[in-house]
Design a protein. Structure first.
Length: 225
């Protein structure tokens, strides 16, 4: 199930990529790319012209006409990736797994072109569902998030205390935050349980309507170099 933060991430990628047309194709870096090409397929259907490099700690080769090359590296140390090479970089639920957040922010700043954009979707660790998630085993997260959506669940680090802290880390690295969107989406973790799914859907409506940001578990941030 696609989260609201991921949907917003895709919208912002499309918006940023279209700025470069019709002069040239936007050059993207997909950080923590994994096996999925759902974002790339959406960009193609939207009519966006782009070239993409993919980076992950494991080599996941995929077939897509816009994918140019693969890098096996961590966001914390992207040595194979050229400096000032990308119009836009994005990380879809990656930053919560990173230990060295300061180093990652500096690396993202390095690989972006001047005025380049970085977009990240991530969980907010102050939200109730993620406080609870700390006490549930990794196998449970793999069951909830893994097989049906073809995603892998990994250990979370939560080096940042909340989204405001994370924004400060990236701004210290030279990236300016230009957009913040927060959403409650507990249904995405309870949709397999019929009664709990109904309750969580109602809970999400209330939290989103009241704007309780600390209780909103889904966040999308946009930064500019």
């Amino acid at each position: 199930m696609q989260t609201p933060a991921e949907k917003h991430l895709i919208q912002m990628i499309v918006r940023a990529a279209l700025i470069h047309e019709p002069q040239r194709a936007c050059v993207l870096l997909n950080i923590g790319a994994g096996k999925s090409v759902s974002i790339e397929n959406h960009l193609t259907r939207t009519g966006v012209t782009f070239t993409e490099d993919r980076l992950d700690v494991f080599r996941h080769e995929v077939r897509h006409p816009s994918v140019r090359q693969y890098f096996v590296a961590s966001i914390e140390d992207m040595k194979p990736v050229a400096s000032d090479g990308y119009d836009l970089a994005f990380a879809n639920y990656v930053l919560e797994h990173i230990k060295n957040l300061d180093g990652s922010a500096r690396e993202i700043h390095r690989v972006l072109k001047p005025c380049g954009i970085f977009i990240a979707s991530l969980p907010n660790p102050t939200a109730p569902e993620f406080r609870l998630a700390k006490y549930t085993p990794l196998t449970f997260h793999q069951w909830i998030r893994g097989h049906e959506e073809h995603e892998e669940a990994h250990e979370t680090q939560y080096t940042y205390t909340d989204s405001t802290h994370l924004i400060q880390v990236f701004e210290n690295a030279g990236l300016r935050c230009i957009d913040v969107q927060r959403f409650s989406f507990t249904e995405g973790y309870l949709y397999k349980f019929l009664v709990l799914s109904w309750i969580s859907r109602a809970y999400d409506r209330v939290i989103n309507r009241l704007g309780f940001s600390r209780w909103m578990g889904n966040v999308c941030l946009v930064f500019q170099k």
